[in-house]
Write a protein that binds this ligand. Structure first.
Ligand code: DC
Length: 220
């Protein structure tokens, strides 16, 4: 019989899942949250919503971006347009602004502290937003494997997409995420690292689930 996630309903239990772009972390995080019956926050959507709110014309205006971050409406996170590549590029530009990151911090920490547990996916959840999270998972894959997946996703929408352009954009995004001064993408020392280059979704889920149950049993 599959072991159940058994955690007191009145105590927080933050599951922090981080990793580079297109590593599969959002898919894995959402599936885990559904399986464990926990609330789920894809924090990339916060940066995407801020990027979309300021738009291309004001993208360099950090004060406007911080205002958009402070007044973010949670229902804006359901907008399907947040998932497109143009918004992704705007998101990575507002994500380097310290004012924006600061404005989104309390929001993310409140979500993480929900009683009964919560799953958050991002780049800096285990390292910066919730450094004391009892359960940290870092999902990664080679840039070539991530580009191949991204290429297949994009090609389903547009057959004009060029593989070398997808690979170059991912490399640019990795460099920007890792090099920014505030909350860069790092692997927390106490994280379970799952390399999905040669691990399918089912195997990744199984490993992550086992780790979460073990951490929950230990922290009770
Ligand atoms: O995971 P994503 O592609 O939806 O993220 C969009 C952008 O936001 C990406 O450039 C990284 C950034 N981001 C971040 O800086 N910190 C997070 N916790 C989540 C996303």
């Amino acid at each position: 019989m599959t072991q159940r996630f058994d955690w007191p309903a009145d105590r927080p239990f933050t599951i922090a899942i981080d990793g580079p772009a297109s590593s599969g972390k959002s898919t894995i995080g959402a599936r885990l949250a559904a399986d464990l019956e926990l609330p789920f926050l894809d924090t990339g959507l916060l940066y995407r919503a801020v990027g979309k709110a300021v738009g291309e014309t004001r993208i360099e205006d950090a004060a406007a971006a911080a205002r958009a971050a402070r007044s973010l409406d949670p229902t804006a996170l359901d907008d399907p347009a947040l998932h497109n590549e143009t918004v992704g590029a705007l998101a990575s530009r507002v994500a380097v602004m310290p004012e924006v990151r600061q404005a989104l911090l309390a929001w993310q920490r409140d979500f993480a502290a929900r009683p009964g547990g919560a799953v958050l996916v991002g780049r800096d959840i285990g390292s910066h937003v919730c450094p004391a999270a009892p359960c940290k998972i870092f999902i990664t894959a080679t840039v070539e494997a991530r580009a191949a997946r991204r290429f297949e996703q994009l090609r389903a929408l547009d057959d004009g997409v060029i593989h070398s352009a997808v690979l170059a954009e991912l490399r640019r995004r990795d460099a920007r995420d890792a090099a920014r001064a505030i909350a860069p993408l790092v692997t927390p020392d106490d994280a379970l690292v799952l390399d999905t280059t040669s691990l399918d979704v089912a195997a990744t889920l199984e490993a992550a689930r086992g780790f979460i149950l073990e951490r929950a049993a230990r922290c009770r």
